[in-house]
Ligand binder design. Sequence first.
Ligand code: NAD
Length: 249
Amino acid sequence: MLEGKVAIITGSSRGIGYSIAELFLSEKAKVVICGSKKDGVEKAREKLVNDGYEPENIFPLAINMSNPIEFKSFVQEVINKWGKIDILVNNAGITANVPFLESTREQFVKMFDINFFGVVDLTREVAKFMKENGGGSIINTSSMVGINGGRGQVDYASSKSAINGLTISLAKELGAYNIRVNAVAPGVVGTDMMRDSVNEQMKQALINMTPLHRMADPKDLAGAYLYLASDISSFTTGTIIKVDGGLMM
Ligand code: NAD
């Protein structure tokens, strides 16, 4: 479904992003594997190659989402290697668990720097190339808490609500250039982020509230991204797809 397409997936050194990369590679895309650390992206590349994915379709590049100065050269490196960018998955993110009354402005700034402003600045750089190239698909990773809110996660939930606003506004503005912009809102997914931020009791409570009665494996998420990245979703823009086992309804 993605033969001949070039995809950047931020936060693909592990977790949800890694599963998206696996599925895109199996659909014959060329994929830029990203993470905040060089050794992390190199390890991910090694693992993908060991699992049989074509080495020539994998380009590991570290990028720090809180350092927009890097973005121009990052995007240029991808253009130099593969000549275009068809798909941008803005998936990198951090979370935190701090009661609001104990939170600080600095903590909110750090959260928004990575989860929101990094997405804004990288998307601006990539969308310029997509416009020249006749279009593209941008997919943002939101969260159920971006719609429903999150106790003890006000900074994180607010950054994801901002991502939802960004998604629908960009869909309106960039549609003129045939650039589609959508988001995926996961529920509870078994990754390092979830293990670091949700205790066992909370995890069980969330599973009990989920109609499908389990948490997601990262692979459960990847199909929604494939749909939005590929041409079969050619008339879909400005949507936020929930992939949460029915938790939010
Ligand atoms: P993870 O912690 O397993 O992976 C995070 C990825 O983001 C890694 O590749 C990491 O290198 C990258 N990253 C983190 N900080 C970065 C920075 N400053 N610069 C560049 N890259 C950075 O997390 P995950 O669970 O796979 O989360 C992926 C996305 O899904 C995030 O946006 C997260 O908010 C969202 N999400 C996760 C869950 C969940 O339950 N795990 C639920 C809803 C939404």
